[in-house]
Ligand binder design. Structure first.
Ligand SMILES: NC(=O)c1ccc[n+]([C@@H]2O[C@H](COP(=O)([O-])OP(=O)(O)OC[C@H]3O[C@@H](n4cnc5c(N)ncnc54)[C@H](OP(=O)(O)O)[C@@H]3O)[C@@H](O)[C@H]2O)c1
Length: 314
């Protein structure tokens, strides 16, 4: 089968189309013919060697984490999924496995039936950022219509899910985005939208109960300026040392620093599918054909898109 793989860390120049054997499955796995996979910032952070503590340095590596496709074969112990089902899912070891190939073998507990009214590219966009958004929501604690929440970097994949989940909680949300994201942020439920290309959220008068930075541009130290005395800062990209330091630091300060580490599960996916049923929109900004995977990664890494970017395989 055709796959995209790399044998050294680097830019998209290291990505190559290679022939790999079609995977064989274990009793608890399904073989899926991949129709689409989505692109996540984690893909290029791993490819560039920025996460070697978790990804290791063993090559070749495939890329991509969440996918959608059609079940081709099921393991002997599997019930509830059958050959021909349209599904979406995620690999078990997001740091070491990849889905950038014509077929993937995956644990059946991380594969779910695709709603009929969304595309393969939309379904492939759910697991990683959708789960992260559910986890972030849960880390916010008891939020209600009086809670003020700042989402910095609100119109990428993670923000798209989070804004819409927050809207269902009736919280007061301020979204920070660039000019082209304004209409999307409003449509997804933000009460106030700040265009970061024109205004600086730090120099405005408001303070928040929750600050979450999805842009990688605002750390906890900076965020403290705009946090209320007992506010929470949610950090989806904690450095390894920040995890124990934040737990220790939180014992001595009202302004809490909380790392978000999410892991897809059926529980989170059920919450997301329920939200999709209630009208949550999945914006896939651009879908590239498999032959243009390098362009897809270059496009996504450059930023400036709304929602998600995906690659389709025919
Ligand atoms: N911990 C976890 O479990 C977990 C899971 C998933 C993702 N993540 C992390 O969460 C982060 C967000 O993920 P994502 O998939 O949503 O990424 P993304 O699609 O790249 O979104 C990032 C957003 O930040 C915005 N942005 C860039 N510069 C900004 C600035 N100066 N001020 C405000 N906003 C700015 C971008 O807007 P423009 O493009 O318009 O500039 C973009 O919409 C990534 O770092 C990702 O690695 C963590």
């Amino acid at each position: 089968m055709k796959a995209v793989a790399y044998k050294e860390f680097g830019t998209t120049a290291v990505l190559q189309t290679v022939e790999q054997p079609k995977p064989t499955i274990k009793a608890d796995q399904v073989l899926v013919k991949v129709k689409a996979f989505s692109i996540n910032p984690m893909d290029w952070k791993i490819r560039k060697g920025e996460m070697t503590l978790m990804s290791g340095s063993k090559f070749p590596k495939n890329t991509g984490t969440d996918f959608a496709g059609i079940v081709e074969e099921i393991g002997s112990s599997i019930t509830g999924i059958k050959k021909g089902d349209e599904v979406f899912g995620v690999v078990k070891n997001m740091m070491k496995e990849g889905v950038s190939s014509e077929y993937v073998a995956v644990t059946s507990s991380l594969v779910w039936k695709k709603p009929a009214d969304i595309t393969f590219a939309q379904a492939a966009s759910i697991p990683v950022v959708g789960t992260a958004a559910v986890t972030a929501l849960e880390k916010m604690g008891d939020i209600n219509s009086k809670s003020s929440i700042l989402v910095n970097g609100a119109t990428g994949g993670f923000g798209m899910f989070l804004l819409q989940l927050l809207k269902q909680r009736d919280a007061k949300v301020t979204a920070v985005t660039s000019t082209k994201g304004i209409a999307y942020a409003k449509g997804w439920g933000a009460d106030i939208v700040i265009d970061y290309t024109k205004e600086d959220v730090l120099s405005m008068k408001a303070t928040y109960d929750i600050v979450i930075d999805l842009s990688g541009t605002m750390g906890y130290k900076t965020a403290k300026q705009i946090m209320k005395p007992k506010a929470r800062f949610l950090n989806p990209t904690p450095k390894p040392i920040e995890i124990p330091l934040s737990i220790l630091g939180n014992l001595f300060t009202g302004k809490k620093h909380i790392a978000i580490l999410s892991s897809p599960s059926t529980r989170c996916t059920d919450i997301l599918l329920n939200a999709v049923n209630k009208g949550l929109q999945i914006e896939v900004n651009k879908v590239f054909p498999f032959a243009q995977y390098k362009e897809a990664y270059d496009y996504a890494e450059q930023g400036g898109y709304i929602g998600k970017v995906a690659v389709e395989i025919n």
